[in-house]
Ligand binder design. Structure first.
Ligand code: NAD
Ligand code: AHE
Ligand code: ZN
Length: 368
């Protein structure tokens, strides 16, 4: 079938809106009509050429929502007409990772996903007879896409696509980092670095679990107002303080119980670790850093009880946890609408990247 898609033909170049060919689903696969997709900073990161796994030409996008249109042989968990969210972190419920209580990193399709192909090694996308790669197992910048069944979360039908798509990455990553990865307790003091599409969701997760102090750190002063609406109690602009770590430790009364790095900047990751309280503070890395970047700190920081952790997709097990995040939104326990600052058609998707780089959007959503 034909599908409108925004294709990344080369790193560092704008996406091109073209009509690609999409092959139908094979055994264990699902064809999805994408109704809406968010644009996450990770899409921009890969497009920039900084992603060691970035391969081109590819259909990017990993934050979508849509409707199952066709299923391949052997698919049992979804049927045509089901509303779904594509998962870049699959959940097969059978691999060693799925069976381990400490991780959400299902590895059933991860190796082929990282190479931009389906589990059997093929791509379902082509343009003018040339193969186009998949991305993060999702490729939501195409109106029609094909995913392994294990990478599809079935959701309730009354959730609007233009909001639900954000649960495919940003919302789940931010809220999940708090509730699944860090398991933040009430009455704690937390610091969030980067108040964009991820950081604001960390903030609403912290508010939901009852933190007593939520400090937000961002270079963009325009982020303060929205972050306060989501529960931030204190705002710090690094430009206004000479010693960011010392300032954070002081205002949290000795250091934070938990910190979250939502930028992808290795220097900020160090500040986030060292902002933690001696003896027990935990720093959670969410931001994705470019190829070749490394983190550092004095080992004494860890010896004296701070710990460094990371989280992918907020620690969520997609097929199990995504439907409950959708419920949280539908029940009014978390907010999404104010974070979708821009909506557009696929023909304007490059504007979404410009708005992100200019710091003018929280999330842009493309509707097909
Ligand atoms: P974003 O562009 O919406 O937000 C980034 C924010 O960081 C902006 O508000 C920006 O002003 C601020 N910032 C930039 N440099 C700063 C600095 N030095 N000090 C303080 N603030 C600074 O991006 P996003 O969509 O929120 O994504 C954030 C990061 O999270 C990216 O690296 C993205 O790739 C990553 N990410 C990771 C996961 C995961 O599963 N681990 C999931 C989604 C996104
Ligand atoms: N491909 C990159 C790393 C990119 C990365 O860290 N991706 C996150 C999700 S970001 C979503 O916006 C992730 O889930 N990672 C775990 C995984 O298995 O990919 C690289 O450095 O190679
Ligand atoms: Zn993302």
């Amino acid at each position: 079938m034909k599908s409108r898609a925004a294709v990344a033909f080369e790193a560092g170049k704008p996406l091109e809106i073209v009509e690609i060919d999409v092959d139908g689903p094979k055994a264990g696969e699902v064809l999805i009509e994408i109704k809406a997709t968010g644009i996450c900073h990770t899409d921009a990161f890969t497009l920039s050429g900084d992603d060691p796994e970035g391969a081109f030409p590819a259909v990017l996008g990993h934050e979508g929502a849509g409707i199952v249109r066709e299923v391949g042989a052997g698919v049992t968990s979804v049927v045509p007409g089901d509303h779904v969210i594509p998962l870049y972190t699959a959940e097969c419920r059978e691999c060693d990772y799925c069976l381990h209580p400490k991780t959400n990193l299902c590895q059933s399709v991860r190796a082929t996903q990282g190479k931009g192909v389906m589990p059997n090694g093929e791509s379902r996308f082509s343009y003018k007879g040339e193969k186009i790669l998949h991305y993060m197992g999702c490729s939501t910048f195409s109106n029609y896409t094909v995913l392994p069944e294990v990478s599809v979360a079935k959701i309730r039908k009354d959730a609007p696509f233009d909001m639900a798509c954000y649960i495919g990455c940003g919302v789940t990553t931010g809220v999940g980092a708090v509730i699944y990865t860090a398991k933040v307790e009430p009455n704690t003091r937390c610091v969030v670095f980067g108040l964009g599409g991820i950081g604001l969701n960390v903030i609403q997760g912290l508010k939901m679990v009852g933190c007593k102090q939520i400090v937000g750190v961002d270079l963009n002063p325009a982020r303060e107002a929205m972050a306060r609406k989501f529960g931030m109690t204190d705002f710090v602009n690094p430009k206004d303080v000479s010693d960011l770590t010392g300032h954070n430790v002081e205002i949290t009364g000795g250091g934070a119980d938990y910190t979250f790095e939502c930028i992808g900047n290795v220097d900020v990751m160090r500040v986030a670790l060292e902002t933690c309280h001696k003896g027990w503070g935990e720093s959670i890395i969410i931001g994705v850093a470019g190829a070749g970047k490394e983190i550092s700190t004095r080992p004494f920081q860890l010896v004296t009880g701070r710990s460094w952790r990371g989280t992918a997709f907020g620690g969520a097990r997609g097929r199990t946890d995504v439907p409950s995040i959708v419920d949280m939104y539908m029940d009014g326990r978390i907010q999404i609408d104010p974070l979708i600052t821009h909506k557009m058609g696929i023909e304007d998707i490059n504007k979404a990247f410009d708005l992100m780089h200019a710091g003018e959007s929280i999330r842009s959503v493309v509707e097909f």
